[in-house]
Design a protein around this ligand. Structure first.
Ligand code: AMP
Ligand code: GLY
Length: 430
């Protein structure tokens, strides 16, 4: 068996680790990969967004499966290009990936399928958008419709802030073409849950819900980032909630995508807002791929091999809908970010990794590179994702924080409180 993995972050490192942990004889090829992933497979210097380059690589190497990590190549049609050459791929077509690449498309689809979500209006004219914000009332959410790497969302506390965000996107073109169309959206209160669902377009099997931490600083303060950490499982997301989301969100969305002529095959990631009592889930957003950093927390808890289900999705032979088996342990992932992250991450700082790590700790590389002289250097905003798996959530957090702190490079930043909401829940329940 041979797998081509597309991407080069900690999510792809976690995928490469899981696949080779399940089957050490698996041949893994990664484009472009990173120095951490290189421990599990052969890295080839083709950019993830180079659709023609990746397709040529796959035609050459004939992998049994290509797994696409990030959204950009999917939105750019990598899934279509591989399918044209009859190469099995885990990841949707560009048409189905619009569920992530166009927030306006996703909203229209949800409205049609009666999937619970925030009220929203699409606008291209600033004056009309500002009127819509007034009608909605503050707080109100202003979103660029296109792909903006998680940064095209402004939670406006006042109408003044909303006006500035609208001008920024529609007049100042701060997100380029991604912000030529915006959504003015109702603000939803609650707690966020990430649910990944493996699906062949019709059949679907949910993974373990996780929670991301988007803010830079402890206590969920500071600017939004790509994600500073995650944990799983979370008691807020009961099996009943997952069933409810499958019935009211996932299945109607998959049906609407089939009806639109763009069936979705791959992993459908629902970002949900849930009431404090763990009910009334509403969709914040859909993504067409595994979440980062949630994947790094979820995969180490999977108590069965991953590849058979991914093949079930990709080969169209029918996905096995038997519930996935999970270990009864807890995982906490702490992201170690570069100095200046998220605005202006500094690159090229030398890294010293600890010589050994505690049992249950995985150091997944996100933004690292190997210099000509062999030194490991920082090469991205998020540099590592450090996952610890333990019998209790508190120990998983402790181990993860200790391992994150043992990674040395100038200006490194990480949060020591990943999973704090869940730990408060546990304390409240005790
Ligand atoms: P998105 O890119 O749509 O996931 O938005 C990024 C983040 O903004 C989400 O993870 C939420 O924390 C927040 N957010 C987006 N839309 C809303 C909303 N309607 N109400 C409250 N928070 C939101
Ligand atoms: N964890 C957020 C994302 O992957 O988009």
């Amino acid at each position: 068996m041979k797998v081509l993995l597309v991407g080069g972050g900690a999510r792809e490192h976690a995928l490469a680790w899981k696949l080779t942990h399940d089957d050490p004889s698996l041949e893994v090829l990664v484009a472009p990969g990173n120095p951490g992933i290189a421990q599990h497979g052969r890295c080839v210097a083709v950019k993830a967004t180079d659709v023609a380059g990746i397709t040529a690589l796959a035609r050459d190497e004939r992998p049994d499966l290509t797994i696409v990590g990030p959204e950009a190549p999917l939105a750019a049609g990598l899934g279509d290009a591989l399918r044209e050459h009859r190469l099995p791929v885990f990841g949707p077509t560009a048409a189905a990936a619009r569920i992530e690449s166009s927030k306006a498309f996703a909203k229209a689809l949800m409205l049609e399928a009666r999937v619970p979500t925030a009220r929203a209006e699409r606008h291209v004219r600033p004056d009309e958008a500002k009127r819509a914000a007034r009608a909605m009332g503050a707080p109100v959410v202003i979103k660029a419709s296109g792909l903006a790497a998680g940064k095209g969302v402004v939670i406006a506390r006042t109408l003044g802030e909303a006006d500035r965000a609208i001008d920024h996107m529609l007049v100042g073109h701060s997100f380029g073409d991604a912000g030529n169309e915006i959504l003015v959206e109702e603000f939803m209160e609650g707690e966020e849950v990430s649910l990944f669902v493996l699906t062949d377009g019709t059949r679907a099997v949910p993974m373990l819900p996780a929670q991301d931490h988007k803010r830079l600083l402890a206590g969920d303060a500071g600017p939004n980032t790509g994600g500073m950490g995650a944990y799983a499982p979370l008691s807020l997301a009961t099996p009943g909630l997952v069933d409810d989301v499958m019935v009211r969100v996932i299945r109607p969305t998959l049906r609407a995508l089939r009806d639109a002529g763009s069936p979705f095959s791959g992993v459908l990631y629902a970002g949900l807002m849930v009431a404090p009592d763990g009910t009334s889930p509403r969709v914040v957003e859909f993504n067409c791929r595994f979440g980062d950093p949630e994947t790094q927390a979820v995969l180490p808890l999977l108590g069965e091999p991953l590849l058979p289900r991914l093949l079930g999705v990709a080969l169209g032979a029918g996905l096995d809908e038997t519930p996935l088996r999970w270990t009864r342990r807890h995982a906490v992932t702490t992201v170690v970010a570069a100095a200046g992250y998220p605005d202006t991450p500094r690159l090229g700082d030398p890294i010293v990794l600890p010589l050994s790590t505690d049992a249950g700790v995985h150091i997944f590389h996100a933004g690292t590179t190997r210099a000509g002289d062999g030194r490991l250097l920082t090469a991205g905003g998020r540099v590592f994702a450090v996952t610890a798996v333990a019998d209790s959530l508190a120990s998983a957090q402790q181990l993860s924080v200790r391992a994150a702190g043992a990674i040395e490079f100038a200006g490194s930043q990480y949060r020591a409180d990943i999973a704090w909401r869940e730990l408060e829940r546990h304390a409240g329940a005790a």
